[in-house]
Design a protein around this ligand. Structure first.
Ligand code: F6R
Length: 604
């Protein structure tokens, strides 16, 4: 979602730093971009619809050289993506960039219009800008103006703010939208993501709610809303600069798919020692929970669907898996021993955070499975288990999803053991099998059939996926991958469900990808394959090596290594990712930044 970068330093290189930062944040998804900086004590703003590249070209024409500025990539929420709605916004003395949504914008707009303010854009951010200006005109004090605005704004926000009469400082404040402050001896940064300034410093501070930061060349001063100084811990980012390059791959997504064996190794080895003792030391109460809720969005929620299958099968604990945007509105029933598991790559997804907040109100323990260190979810949940996927740049998740499934599988395995469904020896055997995963994954990644399968799909308008049990949960992820990056309409079905309606959509050569990895039900799925084949469907079956799938039921077969069900999903998803990738590539799609999508969805 929208990206913020701001810089103030001794060198007059703000334009370069801000453009570099915006390019790094491009992966978050956006449709316009802009920059504002002080030049000879005046604030100059340059904006464009479209890409950061276009903004860079505009800036080169103006030859802007400055040591203080703010910049933004906007993912449209209020108002269409165009230059007027793009940030920075400027009203009176105030110029700002904003992430989030000001929910009471209409009320504020009416109040401001009655006081003589006029608005150029359709954006709630321009209203926020005017409101801060109004408070500044009234109190003649920047801190006071920001505090008043903070207390008035409803919704979520992260701001970087310039005042026209102050070319020394950039101000920042946030609520529910992330904002990180970077610090070094000569440069200070404000950004939505550490990556934006990682090239210059690894030292950072997390700005919290109810805090106002003043960032200057000399450093950062933070106060709370009572104007008291707040002492903050300076942290060191673990990620490396090399995580931010494509490393020779055509796309980040392809690179990240190839990184999966390593990401899985990094994630599981942190927990595998001593029969998962390290994992359980971080989470001592696991045995007491009689009911588990899982809440997340998109692919993270599909990882949750896999966990539901595994935990219920292996440990017989009832699991409810609910999309986070619904969770808080469905009035979930919490029993005494309910655990809520929240899954998120970014750890900043607004709906997932809202699910966490609801659980906290009800004193329900929460476990977050998160990839981004120190993200809001990681900071606020009772327990945190990190996936170690590394930085994920491609909007469509691959390695983060895969590591989420791996970590949830380890939890299912351990629950099975502590509830007496497997003994210590069986648990050990399963954990040994986990250690083999990276090798099996690597082989699957390097199979050469994906391009050929993509030739059956790339010119189609509709594709279906089907499977039963675990394979159904995986089909959901496979369908999401294909539609989000190739823009082909794709739906996943429980294999037995197709004939209850959807089979009417099957015509000659409609592609159906069938997942088949469970020997106890594969014959049922084969019957469903026959039903659609009889109606002309083209069947691509991804089946485990042990299953004797009748050759007259399919057109193309891809074989997947057979493992225990706990590990199976981590393997089966790889062909789905690569088929989606190759199909999107053949269609010439913008794979790493699909249209309309954002990486980190920080609004409801
Ligand atoms: C799909 C995808 C999204 C995310 C979802 C949740 O490829 O990436 O569906 O999984 O937006 O994001 P996080 O995991 O950051 O909470």
């Amino acid at each position: 979602m929208c990206g913020i970068v701001a810089y103030v330093g001794y060198e007059s290189i703000a334009d370069r730093i801000l453009i570099e930062g915006l390019k790094i944040l491009e992966y978050r998804g956006y449709d316009s971009a802009g920059i504002a900086s002080f030049i000879d004590q005046n604030i100059i703003t340059v904006k464009t619809k479209g890409k950061v590249q276009q903004l860079e070209e505009k800036l080169q024409i103006q030859k802007i050289q400055t040591s203080i500025g703010i910049a933004h990539t906007r993912w449209a929420t209020h108002g269409e993506p165009n230059e007027v709605n793009a940030h920075p916004h400027h009203v009176g003395e105030v110029t700002l960039v904003h992430n989030g949504i000001i929910e009471n914008y209409y009320e504020l707009k009416e109040e401001l219009m009655s006081k003589g303010y006029n608005f150029q854009s359709q954006s709630d951010s321009e209203i926020a800008c005017a409101y801060i200006d109004y408070c500044y005109q009234r109190y003649h004090d920047k801190e006071e103006a920001l505090i008043k605005a903070y207390q008035t704004f409803k919704g979520s926000f992260a701001f970087a703010i310039l005042f026209a009469d102050d070319d020394q400082n950039v101000y920042a404040m946030r609520k529910d939208s992330p904002l990180i402050l970077g610090t070094s001896a000569t440069k200070t940064f404000i950004a939505s993501d550490i990556q934006a300034f990682l090239h210059y410093t690894k030292q950072y501070i997390v700005l919290e709610h109810n805090e106002i930061a003043r960032c200057s060349r000399e450093g950062i001063v933070i106060k709370n809303l009572q104007k008291e100084f707040v002492k903050k811990e300076i942290q060191t980012a673990q990620m490396e600069n090399k995580d931010l390059t494509k490393n020779g791959y055509a796309h980040y997504m392809l690179k990240e798919i190839h990184e999966q064996p390593y990401a899985i190794k990094e994630t599981i080895q942190a927990y595998l020692s001593n029969h998962l003792k390290d994992l359980m030391d971080q989470f001592p109460d696991l045995k007491k929970f009689k009911q588990i809720h899982i809440s997340a969005c998109g692919s993270a929620m599909y990882a949750g669907m896999i966990a539901k299958v595994l935990i219920e099968k292996k440990a017989r604990i009832p699991v409810q898996c609910v999309v986070a945007s619904e969770y808080r509105y469905m009035d979930p029933i919490f029993q005494e021993d309910t655990l809520l598991i929240l899954i998120s790559q970014s750890g900043e997804t607004a709906d997932t955070l809202a699910a966490l907040h609801l659980a906290k109100q009800h004193h329900v323990p929460t476990l977050a499975i998160v990839n981004v260190e120190n993200s809001a979810l990681a900071r606020e949940a009772d327990y945190v288990l990190y996936t170690h996927a590394g930085v994920e740049i491609s909007v469509a998740t691959t390695k983060a999803y895969c590591t989420q499934v791996a970590l949830l599988s380890l939890i299912a395995c351990h629950l099975s053991y502590i509830h007496g469904y497997i003994d210590a020896e069986e648990e050990k055997q399963l954990l040994d099998e986990f250690k083999q995963l990276p090798i099996l994954m690597d082989k699957l990644i390097h199979q050469d059939t994906y391009k050929e399968i993509a030739t059956h799909l790339y010119q189609k308008e509709h594709v279906f996926l089907m499977g039963r049990g675990l394979d159904y949960a995986l089909s959901m992820e496979g369908a999401l991958k294909l539609k989000e990056i190739s823009y082909i309409h794709c739906e996943a079905y429980a294999a037995g469900e197709l004939k209850h309606g959807t089979i009417s959509l099957i015509e000659k050569d409609t592609p159906i990808i069938v997942l088949c990895s469970d020997d106890s039900i594969y014959e049922k799925t084969m019957s469903n394959m026959k039903e659609v084949k009889a109606r002309g469907a083209k069947i691509i079956v991804l089946a485990t090596e042990d299953l004797p799938i009748a050759p007259d039921t399919y057109d193309v077969r891809l074989t997947i290594p057979k493992t225990d069900i706990l590990l199976q999903g981590i393997l089966t998803v790889i062909p789905l990712q690569l088929i989606a990738y190759e199909t999107a590539n053949m269609r010439g799609c913008e794979i790493d930044q699909p249209r309309n999508l954002a990486k980190s969805v920080t609004v409801e």
